[in-house]
Design a protein around this ligand. Structure first.
Ligand code: ARG
Ligand code: ZN
Length: 856
């Protein structure tokens, strides 16, 4: 039914080409008649012309057009044009007065394997529209700055029929929903299926009662309670901390097994990957519980930061995502152990965002061009976006931040906004000029911050120098406005004065501190006050001092990390291990005043990928096998040096009684597993074996399994685990990923090959596909096997998945983003796999954009 075959696959979209939509769309009525093979969608849209328009273009892809009418008159074939990108109604057929367009289209949910638009998962209908999936449901101006009120009817053979907003009517096989809040199409959702609800209520601060439902497949209803409680806590937190109240009488969450991402904030009808909703002590780990709480909060918080105030265009994605990640991080900091959460977030930021920033995929938090927006749901947009919000808060202070956010909600409620609008509320409420600060949004790359210090006659001077390496398309990097939180400690470990925020704006800048009787020890970038890479020549004994005495928990941990990193860099080059780290760590292990969760983090060694990055940063070509050996040797050395203390910790941290996912017992389990992890190198896996057999929760069971696999003594354990859990898709995902990530690198590829033949490897399910591929790529030395077998296996699967699910294939291609770090042979092997992918027939726009950028 298309008039031409112009493909839009290669079109680059640019920020500076933004044009407002020339019509206003007030309301849309959608009528669905569901059928797996032939769903009919009738859309009625009331348009008001805003300016003389040449024509009206409605986005639409893979739709079968049945009819199109204006004000009740069916259009003739020469009044419109259908292309692969949509439906264009010629100017001559457009009334000058407000008019209504009615279209009827047919779609095939059961054939939709890309999981974008309306698709089926386990016999249930569901949708995913962000970013541009709505155009696969009906012809529509599918752009976030077109906000309309949706009225939806659903006719279908399913007991539960859901959409956004409030329920108007319901009878068997039919439901009518109306959403009073204007919204862009990407927030539309529909779910239909045989679902059961786990329900509750929440009374808002103005006394309105909201019905809460978590909808799941039968059999899963007893795994919803934690998510429901997390939702209530999130609703309360947003009222208390941001003054934001929920704005409908009902809030629904649905868990689906086939989902491309984590979750989606559709208005009043959040849709979640079931992995991030369902939890029971037997099947979910402590880390899962924390993540579920964080994602529930994230999607809920989007109701204000994303839905009530949305994005003008997709270039502004970090406006809603950066802010909402920042909000969910703060929520977790308030609900759990704040400093521990901050350290976790920084570990993640460095592992994913710094890595992205240093490679060919580097892009600004607000990109200015793209081919496929789904490729920009990245750590840079999300996590770096959140860091930028955190820096703004550091600059304007606690009260200034709340004032800015109040102004943001007051000024922009109901609007589709830009980063400029966002910064303006900070400028207007604080009186500050943020034009230099804005570079954090527009410039890519992680600034390197070099520090040196001097001390003369009571005056201490810190000299900072900032440099940002060029990134693709951005050669020049002018200096940024960097908030640097600094504390000064006396040689006996007291604070000279409270921490202060230094504002760096120049390429090189000195800050002086007067009247200091002795040279202080500086604690720099406390709380990781800016997403920069700090380079500082500090003597090991000063780091040991900070690890022992810094009052800032982040920097205390950071000092230990620095020592570990330095030791590993030496060892990976074949030099002997320095004892500094082991000695300093010994004190920390013995420090029972520190939170177990914090001590667990201090015992966790840097990842092999992280070590490779550090080596590369220091001009040394990383050798994955040497890195693996170095990390093993360091762990073994620590276990030998601290055998008794670690054994005591292992015994003392046993958590008696019934399982609770609360942060304290979770921290004890984490410390216990960290101790077992080191001791595993010298106790013949004996603790792991005992723990595996006696485990009463998934945290211990999976933790022990991972150690057994790592020690190469997994006989029986893996098959026993598989036998016990083979019917549980979420636990089986863990089985796939854990054994690949943990196994000795020399067997990783063979194991991945075997697992890909396992009948449980249902590769079209994103979670299962990701489990296998992410498991392999997490095994650094295994994935980077010298003969390229890891690369080949991985590329084969990307090529196979691409026609089925381009979004997931494209996302997983980031395993190759570090290819330029390695030796010439490995580079050549990775390059040729990327070239092989990019030469595949019919490659998707998603994966083709990724390979082009990766190879550039
Ligand atoms: N807005 C969602 C979230 O951050 C992510 C959805 C992204 N989906 C996609 N296909 N790009 O909560
Ligand atoms: Zn989000």
């Amino acid at each position: 039914m298309t008039d031409d075959v112009t493909t839009q696959d290669t079109v680059t979209k640019r920020l500076d080409e933004y044009r407002p939509f020339p019509f206003e769309l007030e309301t849309v009525h959608l009528d669905f008649r569901l059928d797996p093979k032939r769903t009919e969608v009738r859309a009625r849209m009331a348009f008001i012309p805003k300016q003389p328009a040449a024509s009206l273009h409605l986005d639409g892809e893979e739709l079968e057009l049945v009819s199109v009418a204006i004000d009740g008159r069916n259009l003739l074939r020469d009044e419109y044009r259908v292309s692969v990108t949509g439906l264009t109604i010629h100017a001559a057929s457009l009334p000058e007065q407000p008019f209504t367009i009615e279209t009827v289209v047919r779609i095939v949910p059961e054939a939709n394997t890309a999981l974008e638009g309306l698709y089926m998962s386990n016999g249930m209908y569901c949708t995913q529209c962000e970013a541009e999936g709505f155009r696969k449901i009906t012809y529509y101006p599918d752009r976030p700055d077109v906000m309309a009120k949706f009225h939806v009817t659903i006719a279908g053979d399913a007991p539960v029929l859901l959409s956004n907003g409030d329920l108007v009517t319901q009878k068997p096989g039919y439901a009518e929903w109306s959403d009073p809040w204007p919204k862009p199409a990407y927030l539309f959702a529909l779910v239909a299926g045989d679902l059961v609800a786990h329900s509750g209520t929440f009374t808002t601060m103005s006394g309105r009662e909201v019905a809460l439902n978590i909808w799941v497949r039968k059999g899963d209803e007893d795994r919803c309670d934690f998510a429901l409680e997390a939702l209530k806590r999130s609703m309360k937190w947003d009222e208390e901390v941001y003054g934001r109240e929920y704005d409908l009488d009902i809030f629904n969450i649905v868990a689906v097994d086939d989902f491309n991402m984590g979750a989606m904030e559709n208005k009043g009808l959040n849709i979640f990957n079931s992995k991030w909703v369902l939890a029971s002590p037997e099947t979910a780990t402590d880390a899962d519980y924390e993540r579920i709480e964080g994602i529930i909060a994230h999607e809920y918080f989007h109701n204000w930061t994303g839905n009530r105030i949305t994005c003008r265009d997709w270039f502004q994605l970090c406006l809603k995502e950066g802010l909402t990640v920042y909000r969910d991080q703060c929520f977790t900091r308030d609900t759990r152990l704040g400093p521990v959460k901050r350290i976790d977030d920084v570990i993640m930021l460095r592992a994913r965002q710094f890595r992205e920033d240093r490679g060919p995929l580097a892009h600004p938090p607000r990109p200015d061009h793209y081919k496929e927006i789904n490729n920009f749901y990245t750590a840079t947009v999300y996590e770096k976006g959140a860091e930028i919000v955190g820096m703004l808060r550091t600059l304007v202070g606690e009260e200034g931040y709340r004032a800015a956010l109040d102004l943001y909600f007051e000024r922009h409620d109901g609007q589709a906004c830009t980063i400029e609008d966002w910064l303006k509320v900070f400028e207007d409420s604080s009186g500050r000029n943020l034009s230099q600060f804005k570079r954090w949004y527009t410039d890519a790359g992680t600034p390197v911050l070099r520090v040196s210090d001097t001390y003369h006659d009571g005056v201490y001077t810190l000299r900072f120098e900032q440099v940002t390496q060029p990134t693709p398309g951005q050669a020049q990097k002018p200096p940024r406005h960097i908030p640097i939180t600094v504390g000064l400690l006396t040689p006996d470990g007291r604070e000279h004065a409270p921490s202060q925020v230094l504002e760096m704006t120049e390429a090189t800048q000195d800050f002086t501190f007067e009247n200091l009787p002795q040279k202080p020890v500086a604690s720099i970038l406390r709380g990781f006050s800016a997403p920069v890479s700090l380079e500082r020549n500090v003597a090991p004994d000063e780091l040991a001092f900070l690890l022992a005495h810094d009052t800032d928990p982040f920097n205390r941990w950071e000092a230990g990390r620095q020592l570990a990193q330095d030791a590993l860099v030496e060892m990976a080059q074949g030099k002997p291990a320095q004892p500094d780290y082991a000695v300093a760590l010994g004190k920390l292990i013995a420090d029972e005043s520190a939170e177990p969760a914090f001590r667990a983090l201090c015992l966790q060694l840097p990842s092999e990928d992280g070590i490779a990055q550090t080596l590369h940063d220091r001009g040394i070509t990383p050798d994955p096998d040497a890195i693996h050996a170095a990390r093993e040797a360091l762990a073994t050395g620590l276990a030998q040096t601290h055998q008794t203390a670690l054994g005591d910790i292992y015994d003392a941290m046993a958590v008696p009684g019934p399982y609770s996912p609360d942060p304290r017992p979770a921290g004890q389990r984490a410390l216990r597993l960290a101790a077992a992890g080191l001791l595993n190198r010298i106790d013949g896996g004996q603790r792991a074996q005992t723990l595996f057999e006696s485990a009463t929760n998934m945290t211990e069971s999976l933790g022990a399994l991972s150690l057994l696999v790592q020690a190469g003594i997994d006989d029986g354990a893996l098959s026993a685990f598989r036998e016990r859990w083979k019917a549980d898709r979420l636990v089986m995902d863990k089985w796939f990923i854990t054994q690949l990530a943990a196994c000795p690198p020399e067997i990783a590829v063979e194991r991945a090959e075997e697992l890909s033949d396992d009948p449980l490897f249902t590769w079209k399910t994103p979670n299962r596909f990701r489990a296998l591929m992410a498991g392999l790529s997490a095994n650094h030395a295994g994935f980077h096997r010298k003969d390229g077998a890891g690369y080949r296996f991985y590329a084969d699967w990307l090529i196979r998945l691409d026609p089925v699910n381009p979004q997931v294939a494209a996302r997983m291609s980031t395993a190759f983003e570090t290819w330029k770090r390695y030796d010439a042979e490995r580079q050549a092997l990775m390059r040729s796999e990327l070239e092989r992918i990019s030469a595949s027939d019919g490659l998707s726009r998603d994966l083709s954009e990724m390979t082009t950028r990766l190879l550039a």
